[in-house]
Design a protein around this ligand. Structure first.
Ligand SMILES: [Zn+2]
Length: 81
């Protein structure tokens, strides 16, 4: 469950539940994951529950260990040089 925050501890703005696409990088890979998280409407600070935080960390660890099975390829990421 989300920690119930109604005001942003950083700027005092209103915090609302939003569906955002989180991007996680690791091991040269990039993966995105859709999540319902709390976002400050004023400073855009994002707040994660412990479970969501663990999920992102687990995904990052998988990428760093090149464990990309179970992840759906969505094309190749490029870097402009
Ligand atoms: Zn804020």
């Amino acid at each position: 469950m989300n920690t119930m925050i109604s005001l942003c501890p950083f700027c005092g703005g209103t915090v609302a539940q939003k569906s955002v696409l989180e991007t996680v990088c690791g091991g040269g890979h990039t993966a995105s994951i859709q999540m319902n998280i709390l976002v400050c409407e004023k400073c855009s600070e994002r707040f994660y529950s412990l479970e969501q935080n663990n999920r992102l960390e687990a995904l990052q660890a998988k990428l760093e260990n090149q464990q990309t099975e179970g992840l759906q390829p969505t094309g190749v990421s490029f870097k402009a040089v």
